[in-house]
Ligand binder design. Structure first.
Ligand code: G3P
Length: 190
């Protein structure tokens, strides 16, 4: 019973779209209707600059991090921890509070990796920053970090449920970036 409650709460936490809320509170344009149309930190950066983007990033990462940390504190087993991590991620993509139209899940998936193991979060974010330093393209950094996350999970956490879950999360994340991939291949990504 408690396990199901944790999963549902993680989904509800994931459904809180920081980008939409931050833009509304700061009097900025709706990220769903401007820039790339994606309610995420990168698009908030385009619309409202660094401060708004940083708050969005922190909010979206926290809503992944906190449910996982709470589940760990309650000493759930790894299938339940995996379900909690997945639920927070899916909440961001399909938010119940915003017509099930959410973002791509980069910051939230970073939050859940950090909650599962700080070293895993460090490896994922380190990869993102390294690729960004070289290419200066947010989506490309996210794609490379996501592609490597299942390997990092296996190397660092060594748990089959969590590795399978992060493989699924990465696959969905890559799929959500299909328009970015098309723009990258055409040399038109911003
Ligand atoms: O966090 C999403 C990022 O990888 C791409 O965002 O707005 O460029 O589609 P965007």
């Amino acid at each position: 019973m408690m396990e199901w409650l944790l999963v549902v709460l993680a989904y509800l936490a994931g459904s809180v779209s920081s980008a939409i809320i931050v833009c509304k509170m700061m009097g900025l344009a709706d990220p769903r209707e401007n820039g790339s149309g994606n309610p995420g930190a990168t698009n908030v950066m385009r619309i409202g600059g660094k401060k708004a983007a940083a708050i969005t990033l922190a909010g979206d990462a926290l809503k992944g991090l906190l449910p996982v940390l709470i589940a760990k504190a309650l000493e759930v087993d790894s299938p339940v921890l995996s379900a909690v991590a997945f639920a927070a991620f899916i909440g961001h993509l399909y938010p119940i509070f915003f017509g099930f139209k959410g973002g791509k899940g980069v910051a939230t998936s970073f939050g859940v990796t950090l909650g599962v193991a700080w070293l895993l979060g460090a490896a994922v974010s380190g990869t993102w920053f390294l690729v960004y330093k070289i290419g200066k393209i947010s989506s490309l950094s996210a794609l490379v970090a996501a592609a490597l996350t299942p390997f990092y999970t296996w190397l660092i956490v060594r748990d089959p449920y969590l590795t399978a879950t992060f493989t699924l999360i990465s696959a969905i994340l890559l799929w959500r970036h299909k328009s970015n991939i098309q723009r990258l291949l055409a040399g038109q990504e911003s």
